[in-house]
Design a protein around this ligand. Structure first.
Ligand SMILES: [Zn+2]
Length: 201
């Protein structure tokens, strides 16, 4: 379970980014206490005086996402890169992360953080719920390799640390499922591909 532990450690700073609470508190306070009038409201009042009708003719822009950091994929204001290692960590094992589609759009995304800490060629993320030999030839090759492990708890799972100590070769790839427990369970049990790798926890 080492990798999972690491993922938990990475998750902790995400829950309470040190800058976030500081930058949000004053705004929340102002709103509660009826502080300064928001700029948008002031602009709105002005527009009414000129010609409010004109506003209807303005092109409608799709809602824009807040600017994101390209490395950690978090909004730039709460970028966690200063807390991440400056250089990718050296790891000998490849990580293959199977991500439930619902996990991709979550606010507290941990996979981009993990990926930001690892060399690009060592961390592959595949998004989806169903995988097959035909549609996912690369994943099925990985699953069938003898050096591939899948991190998923259960009666049949071996302890990862003990397994590595007993194994003559170091695992080449570890598959990790990213999602809630029920999403991970669904992905693990409904894809026969994941029966091939040795199960570890
Ligand atoms: Zn960042």
């Amino acid at each position: 379970m080492e990798s999972q532990k690491e993922a938990r450690i990475l998750q902790q700073p995400v829950a309470r980014p040190p800058g976030a609470s500081r930058s949000q508190t004053p705004n929340a306070k102002e709103r509660q206490e009826g502080g300064p009038v928001p700029a948008a409201a002031a602009l709105g009042a002005e527009a009414d005086d000129d010609s409010a009708d004109g506003l209807w003719e303005l092109p409608v822009e799709p809602a824009k996402r807040r600017p994101e950091c390209s490395r950690c994929s978090r909004p730039q204001k709460v970028c966690l890169c200063p807390f991440l290692p400056a250089h990718p960590l050296h790891i000998s094992t490849h990580l293959y992360i199977i991500q439930h589609p619902a996990e991709e759009n979550k606010v507290l995304r941990t996979v981009p953080l993990l990926a930001a800490c690892l060399p690009q060629d060592k961390c592959k993320v595949k998004i989806g719920r169903r995988f097959s030999e035909e549609r996912d030839p690369e994943l099925s090759t990985v699953c069938r390799k003898s050096g591939t492990l899948i991190l998923y708890p259960g009666a049949e799972a071996a302890n990862l640390e003990e397994f590595i100590l007993d194994s003559p070769v170091y695992p080449s790839t570890i598959i990790i499922i990213d999602g809630t427990w029920s999403q991970a369970k669904d992905i693990f049990y409904k894809n026969s591909l994941f029966r091939h790798p040795k199960q570890v926890n």
